[in-house]
Design a protein around this ligand. Structure first.
Ligand code: PHE
Ligand code: FE
Length: 298
C-alpha cells in the first residue's frame, strides 16, 4: 500500500461476509494497512470476564482434542483471567518465530490481510463479543483471533506456512484465484485436523476457538474426514454457518508446508479444468475410492 500512514486517517470498513450488517469495529482508528493500536484501558471488567470464561471453557476441552503444538503454546498467551496485551505476546512471539501480532478493527480486505501475513504480522481483532454472544459470534473477535490462531504461530513450521500463505495470497490476487486459495485457508488454518500417533487432533483456529466444534470435529461420526490433497481441497465448497461437513487431515505441518510450497500458478489452472469437467465437490461429499479417517472414540 502506498497511502501514507496517519493515526486518524481511517480506512473504509469491510462488509464482505457480514451480509447487510455493517461490521462492528471502529475503522476510523485504523492506519492505511488496517492495523490499529489496542486500546487496552478501554476494556471493561465485563470484557475481561467474558475472555476469562471463554478461555477456561476451551482450555479444559483441549486434552485429547487439540494438537500437542497448540497445547504446548497456549500458555504463551499469558494470564488467562484477563484480555492479554498484544505487545506482551509479540515480545514472546518475535524471538520464537519472527512473528508479531497487530490489532485490527475487525475483518479487513483480503489484500491487506495477505500483506500483513507476508510480513509475519498477524492481525487480531481488538474487541470482544458481548456476553449474549458467548457461544457464537458472527464476526471473528479477539477470542477467536487470539486463542484460535496465535498459539500455533509459536510453531516454526506452521509459522512459515502462514507467511507463505500471505505471499501466495498476493499472487493469487493477481491471478484472480483468491476463491481457490481461500479454501486452503478455510480447510487448514481454520478447520484443519492432523493425524498423530495418539489419534486425530485439531489444529484449525475455527475449531479450537469453538465450544462445540472441537469435540464434534474429532469425535462425531457425522462429518467426513479425508486426507489432505491440494487439488481435491481446492475443488471443495465449504459451509460458513454450521459445523463443517468435511475436514481435511494432514500428517504433519511439514507435509502441509511442502505440499503448498510449489508455485500455484499451474495448480490453479488444473483445478479450474477439473472443476469445469467434473464440478466442485459439495461439503460433506466423498469421492469414489477416497480414504476416510474415522471419528476417534471417547
Ligand atoms: N506456493 C503457493 C503459491 O505459489 C504459495 C502458498 C504457500 C500458498 C502456502 C498457500 C500456502 O501461490
Ligand atoms: Fe480465523
Amino acid at each position: 500500500m502506498s497511502a501514507p500512514r496517519g493515526v486518524n486517517q481511517g480506512v473504509a470498513p469491510v462488509t464482505y461476509g457480514t451480509g447487510d450488517r455493517p461490521p462492528r469495529g471502529d475503522y476510523g482508528r485504523a492506519r492505511s494497512d488496517y492495523s490499529c493500536d489496542q486500546d487496552w484501558a478501554r476494556y471493561t471488567a465485563a470484557d475481561h470476564e467474558t475472555y476469562r470464561r471463554l478461555y477456561a471453557r476451551q482450555l479444559q476441552q483441549l486434552p485429547g482434542l487439540a494438537c500437542d503444538e497448540f497445547i504446548a503454546a497456549v500458555a504463551q498467551l499469558g494470564a488467562p483471567e484477563r484480555i492479554p496485551r498484544f505487545d506482551a505476546i509479540s515480545e514472546r512471539l518475535l524471538p520464537a518465530t519472527g512473528w508479531q501480532i497487530v490489532g485490527v478493527p475487525g475483518l479487513i480486505p483480503e489484500e491487506a490481510f495477505f500483506a500483513l501475513l507476508a510480513q509475519r504480522r498477524f492481525p487480531v481483532t481488538d474487541w470482544i463479543r458481548r456476553p449474549e454472544e458467548f457461544d457464537y459470534v458472527v464476526e471473528p473477535d479477539i477470542f477467536h483471533d487470539l486463542f484460535g490462531h496465535v498459539p500455533l504461530l509459536f510453531d516454526p513450521m506452521f509459522a512459515d506456512y502462514m507467511q507463505a500463505y500471505g505471499a501466495g495470497g498476493m499472487k493469487a490476487s493477481r491471478l484472480d484465484a483468491c476463491e481457490l486459495l481461500a479454501r486452503l485457508y478455510w480447510y487448514t488454518v481454520e478447520f484443519g485436523l492432523i493425524a498423530t500417533p495418539a489419534g486425530l487432533r485439531a489444529y484449525g483456529a475455527g475449531i479450537l476457538s469453538s465450544a462445540g466444534e472441537l469435540r464434534h470435529s474429532i469425535r462425531s461420526p457425522a462429518p467426513r474426514r479425508v486426507g489432505f490433497d491440494l487439488q481435491r481441497l481446492m475443488r471443495s465448497r465449504y459451509r460458513i454457518d454450521s459445523f463443517q461437513a468435511t475436514y481435511f487431515v494432514i500428517d504433519s505441518f511439514r507435509q502441509l508446508f511442502e505440499a503448498t510450497a510449489p508455485d500455484f500458478t499451474p495448480v490453479y489452472r488444473q483445478v479450474r479444468e477439473v472443476i469445469a469437467a467434473e464440478g466442485e465437490v459439495e461439503a460433506g461429499a466423498v469421492l469414489p475410492g477416497e480414504r476416510q479417517f474415522s471419528a476417534a472414540a471417547g
